[in-house]
Design a protein around this ligand. Structure first.
Ligand code: AMP
Length: 143
């Protein structure tokens, strides 16, 4: 199954923050959008970094209380792994498992067009397996 099919189902919305947003802003946005990670982007199109709830927890664990006034740019991951719409769910599953992250932004010609989370990957896999099971059951039953 292709990532383009996943985006068709879930849409192209991506929650982003600007690099100089504070950690307070980041936490508010994570809560508001109900997501686990935000793409860091100055213009909403170019991926400059990614900041997830893990980065926030790490920041809170290792800094003073005034850490909440520091910026997303200071705690984001800069070397972001992205994928294209033509990548497969299986490829993303392997990437997420081996590299131990749960979000992959999707880009086309350098511009952000969506994001896939581990939840989306699991949902897509389950739907696929259900379809396969139904087809096999129908085949065996002679339908
Ligand atoms: P997550 O599992 O997505 O909450 O992220 C765990 C860690 O990996 C955090 O430090 C994130 O900033 C980082 N991370 C998340 N997604 C990506 C990605 N696509 N490429 C590189 N790093 C990532």
């Amino acid at each position: 199954m292709l990532i383009s099919e996943v985006l068709q189902r879930k849409g192209n919305a991506v929650a982003t923050v600007v690099p100089d947003a504070t950690l307070t802003d980041v936490v508010a946005a994570l809560a508001q959008y109900g997501v686990g990670a935000l793409v860091v982007s100055s213009d909403g199109h170019t991926v400059e970094g990614i900041i997830s709830e893990r980065d926030v927890v790490r920041a809170l664990a290792s800094h003073d209380r005034d850490v909440v006034d520091q910026t997303a740019a200071e705690f984001m991951t800069r070397d972001v792994v992205t994928c294209s719409e033509s990548a497969t769910i299986e490829q993303l599953m392997t990437e997420m498992t081996e590299r131990r992250f749960r979000h992959v932004p999707v880009t086309a010609e350098g511009s952000l067009i969506g994001i896939v989370s581990i939840g989306d990957v699991v949902n897509a896999r389950v739907r696929n397996l259900e379809t396969e099971t139904r087809q096999l059951t129908n085949y065996i039953s002679g339908y």
